[in-house]
Design a protein around this ligand. Structure first.
Ligand code: C2E
Ligand code: CA
Ligand code: CA
Ligand code: CA
Length: 276
């Protein structure tokens, strides 16, 4: 490789080559992983003010045969870029709906809701609405118990198309939560146009809620905003009783975080809360 000329892009740059190779390997690994069923869903409890289980968020896990458990943060971006998030997303939705149906058919868990993360690329697919509706239909769940978590950047990308798709799903009862709220680019003017049901306070605000007055102020504002727009508000990343007490004092009534349970295989989650 020729490395003399400052900014010259060098074709055989060994570092570039190894990055490209690593990406190609991971992409192939994701393909194999889908085929060999190495992906699984964990569920994290969502609770109300009384600490009662009200639902769960499905979180993707990858049990890699050589590398062990891989965090979604480490492969979702690549799955997005490569388009593999489409088959993966289909599998996630189907699996979460099957779990939801199982809960619905048991008296103890009948009222639980299921939150599912939707990636931008997945949402932008022309047949996204059709695919969600046919999954709901085929598996036979109550659409009102399914909550799709969307992020701000996804929503603003093409607001008219977004509103149209959300409305079609809403007409069938599907709910929407705005994930990582406050970290993106939301403008209040479009927030009121979106048919949302819930705002999710990002864990980065919750983390320092008792230490950083700015985070406390942002949290208070989000809760107030939710109230004036008629939206439910849930706080994520709640780890301590003190954080919980503060959030409750600010009139937040739904919570998710390690304090109530880490993401875990379904049975662990239920054992903790339902039979308590
Ligand atoms: P997210 O949707 O914001 O999910 C919340 C993340 O916070 C999860 O990380 C969860 O395990 C973690 N968490 C929950 N409670 C606490 C807490 O009390 N303290 C701390 N420090 N962390 C907590 P995870 O499972 O590693 O997922 C990371 C991200 O990957 C998710 O962020 C989401 O953006 C993405 N992701 C996960 N599953 C899926 C999926 O099925 N589809 C898509 N498209 N994205 C997913
Ligand atoms: Ca989420
Ligand atoms: Ca989040
Ligand atoms: Ca987050």
């Amino acid at each position: 490789a020729k490395s003399s000329g400052g900014d010259t892009l060098c074709f055989f740059d060994p570092i570039m080559l190894s990055i490209v190779t690593a990406r190609a390997t991971m992409e192939a690994d994701i393909r194999t992983g889908i085929y060999q069923q190495q992906f699984l869903l964990y569920y994290q409890p969502q609770v109300n003010s009384a600490g009662k289980l009200i639902g769960a968020e499905a979180l993707l896990r990858w049990q890699h045969p050589l590398k062990g458990m891989i965090s979604p943060a480490d492969f979702i971006p690549l799955a997005e870029e490569s388009g593999l998030i489409i088959p993966l997303g289909t599998w996630i939705l189907k699996t979460a709906c099957q779990q939801l149906r199982a809960w619905s058919s048991d008296r103890q868990t009948a009222s639980l809701t299921m939150a599912v993360n939707v990636s931008a690329k997945q949402f932008r697919q022309p047949d996204f609405v059709k695919s969600v509706l046919s999954t709901i239909e085929e598996i036979g769940i109550d659409a009102r118990k399914l909550k799709l978590e969307l992020t701000e950047s996804l929503l603003v990308d093409d607001i008219e198309e977004t509103i149209c798709k959300m409305n079609q799903l809403k007409a069938h009862g599907v709910c929407f939560s705005l994930d990582d709220f406050g970290t993106g680019y939301s403008s209040l003017s479009y927030l009121k146009r979106l048919p949302l049901d819930q705002l999710k306070i990002d864990q980065s605000f919750v983390r320092d809620i008792l230490i950083d007055p700015n985070d406390a102020a942002i949290t208070r504002t989000i809760i107030g905003l939710g109230k004036s727009l008629g939206l439910a508000v849930i706080a994520e990343g709640v780890e301590t009783e003190a954080q919980l007490a503060f959030l409750q004092s600010q009139d937040c009534h739904a919570f998710q975080g390690y304090l109530f349970g880490k993401p875990a295989p379904e049975l662990n989650m239920l054992r903790k809360l339902v039979s308590a």
